[in-house]
Every structure is written in C-alpha cells, then in structure tokens.
Write a protein that binds this ligand. Structure first.
Ligand code: HEC
Length: 156
C-alpha cells in the first residue's frame, strides 16, 4: 500500500511538472501572465488611493503622490507584445479574460486606454496636493478601469 501511494504521488508530481513544462512551452501564456501582472500592479497602487479617498485610511500626501505616480509609470511600460493577437479567451479559456473583441474591433480599445492615461495623468499631478484633489481626480481613473473591463473582458 505504501508503495502504491508513493508511486501515485510520483506519478502526480510527474503530471504536474509536465503540465508546467507544457505551459512554459507556449510563449503566449507568458504574454498573458505579463499583462495580468501589470494589471495586478494597477490594483496594488489604486487600492490604497481608494481607501484614502473613502476615508478608510487617513490621507497621506506622500503615499498619494507616489502611488498615483507609480500608476502613471506603468503607462510608460512597453506592453504591446503582451497583447499579441491570438491570445484571447476563445483560444485560452480559463487562462485569460481578454475578449476577442479587443482584436476584432481594434483600435477601439485604444480610446479606452487614452482616456485611462489622461485620467491617471490628472491624478498623478494632483493626488499629493490634498484629500480633495485626490477625490476629485480618482473617480475618472476608476471609471476608466471599469469601462474597459465592462467592454473588453469576460465576466467570469
Ligand atoms: C484599456 C483597457 C483596460 C483598462 C483601462 C484597465 N484594464 Fe484591467 N484588464 C483589462 C483586460 C483586457 C484584462 C484581462 C487581461 C487578461 O486576463 O489577459 C484586465 C484584467 C485586469 C485584472 C485581472 C488581472 C489578472 O490577474 O487576471 C485586474 C486586477 C485589473 N485588470 C485591474 C485594473 C485596474 C485597477 C485598472 C485601472 C487602474 C485597470 N485594470 C484598467 C483591460 C483594462
């Protein structure tokens, strides 16, 4: 019995490692991970700004300035390759929420991106100047995130 268990465990480990090997063999999965990672960073910087705006945490000018500028810095990354055609959720179901519409209607999504970047620029230039300034400019950023997700990502 112990022997069988060990064999089974060994087999499971082999299957798991073969799977991750297969994953790393498909470069499109690396692209998907990269763009999702950049999106995670957007959340990472946006979250504390939202908490301050809502009054859940005290306003801190230094954090407000540096986190909003960090969001702005992300927009300077060259992420184009991470959005290569052929990487939508029709082909990579369960791996990505990116809808084929991103590519089918291209460059429509670019307008959403431009709106988002303009909102982040306004935020980065003002969030460190006081809670009211943060509040005044954060809404447009949140709306821009949501608008793009509503129109270009799968709901689940
Ligand atoms: C111009 C379009 C666009 C804008 C603007 C945008 N996103 Fe996204 N976001 C996407 C797309 C498309 C995906 C799906 C990516 C995928 O699964 O491959 C996504 C996915 C995500 C994810 C999930 C990442 C994961 O690990 O699966 C998070 C979190 C996220 N976005 C946060 C944000 C935040 C926060 C903002 C605003 C500060 C934002 N996004 C602005 C298009 C956008």
């Amino acid at each position: 019995m112990r022997h069988i268990t060990r064999t089974l465990l060994g087999f499971t480990a082999l299957v798991v490692s073969l799977q991750s090997f297969a994953d790393s063999k498909d470069p499109n999965l690396d692209l998907i991970h990269a763009r999702q990672g950049e999106m995670e960073l957007r959340s990472y910087f946006l979250g504390p700004l939202v908490a301050m705006a809502k009054g859940d945490t005290p306003y801190n000018a230094e954090t407000a300035a540096s986190f909003s500028k960090s969001l702005q810095l992300l927009n300077g990354l060259d992420m184009d390759r991470a959005w290569s055609p052929g990487t939508a959720n029709d082909k990579y179901e369960g791996k990505t929420k990116a809808l084929p519409k991103i590519w089918n209607t291209y460059p429509e999504i670019g307008k959403y991106g431009e709106k988002y970047e303009a909102a982040v620029d306004a935020l980065a230039g003002s969030a460190g100047n006081g809670l009211n300034e943060l509040r005044a400019n954060l809404g447009d950023v949140g709306k821009a995130c949501k608008a793009c997700h509503d129109d270009f990502t799968a709901k689940k």
